[in-house]
Ligand binder design. Structure first.
Ligand code: HEM
Length: 238
């Protein structure tokens, strides 16, 4: 009779499983970003509407959940997603370097590009882009969530925190740089995530997913940038 081997390998020994984990974590964050971008547009409805929306986020599902409960559930989901995404990226990077004697970037040989390496600018900047986004998120949370960094003046009102901060050109510029890095990352990442999950099964689908990745990245770039720019030029104010 055949016996089951006592030395089963862990699923994460498979690089495909790690790519799939990274994809799921990334796609959850894309959903969050679309919702966050949409929520930010409430700034055009004025201070009362924006601050009311911020307060509402903390009372969702009350009294079923305590005050802030739903927001904390979202934070835990985001932390797990970002943690899994970064961890899988590190393990895969390590494996790629180990498999190629430290020359991981030169594996994708191609005749289609002059340098003989099949990589777009977005795909080339995935790791630096990821690091830029991670640093931005820390800066952004200290600025607009915990209000520790308060360019233009601290405030209890999320609306005034935004108006105070984005009235300063270099704050808008720092957000713009981070958002460009984010959207380059997503332009390649969304396509890769769908491919990692096995959905890019034909040339037509690959083309459609590429278009979808460009569309979502462009919507996010524009949607996130419009409120700070409108504040900077004075169309939205205190
Ligand atoms: C111009 C672009 C952005 C603006 C104006 C903006 C604005 C804000 C504001 C006002 C808050 C505080 C909300 C509140 O306390 O009710 C916030 C929270 C947050 N933002 Fe952004 N955001 C932007 C881009 C981003 C990006 C690109 C990311 C992620 C890559 C991000 C991630 C977060 C996170 C994780 C929170 C904390 C949610 C929480 O735990 O309370 N934001 N944002």
């Amino acid at each position: 009779m055949m016996s089951i081997s006592p030395t089963r390998t862990r699923a994460t020994a498979s690089s495909s499983a790690l790519h799939a984990l990274m994809a799921v974590g990334g796609l959850i964050m894309v959903l969050f970003l679309l919702a966050h971008m949409y929520g930010n547009l409430k700034v055009f409805a004025g201070q009362e509407a924006f601050d009311g929306y911020s307060a509402y986020l903390r009372t969702v599902l009350e009294p079923l959940l305590p005050y802030g409960g739903a927001l904390w559930i979202l934070r835990v989901i985001l932390l797990l997603s970002v943690g899994t995404h970064i961890w899988a990226a590190f393990v895969l990077w390590h494996r790629s370097r180990a498999a190629t004697g430290g020359r991981g970037g030169y594996r994708y040989q191609s005749n289609a590009h002059r340098r003989g390496v099949q990589r777009s600018y977005s795909s080339f900047t995935m790791r630096w882009g990821g690091l830029t986004i991670a640093l931005f998120v820390v800066y952004h949370l200290l600025h607009l969530t915990v209000n520790v960094i308060s360019p233009g003046g601290a405030s209890e009102s999320p609306y005034l925190r935004m108006v105070n901060g984005f009235s300063i050109w270099w704050v808008v510029l720092s957000y713009a740089v981070a958002l460009v890095a984010l959207c380059l990352h997503l332009r390649h990442g969304i396509f890769s995530a769908l491919a990692s999950l096995g959905a890019a099964t034909s040339e037509v689908r690959r083309r459609r997913f590429n278009q979808l990745a460009v569309l979502i990245s462009a919507i996010l770039l524009l949607g996130f940038l419009v409120p700070p720019l409108c504040i900077l030029v004075g169309w939205v104010g205190p």
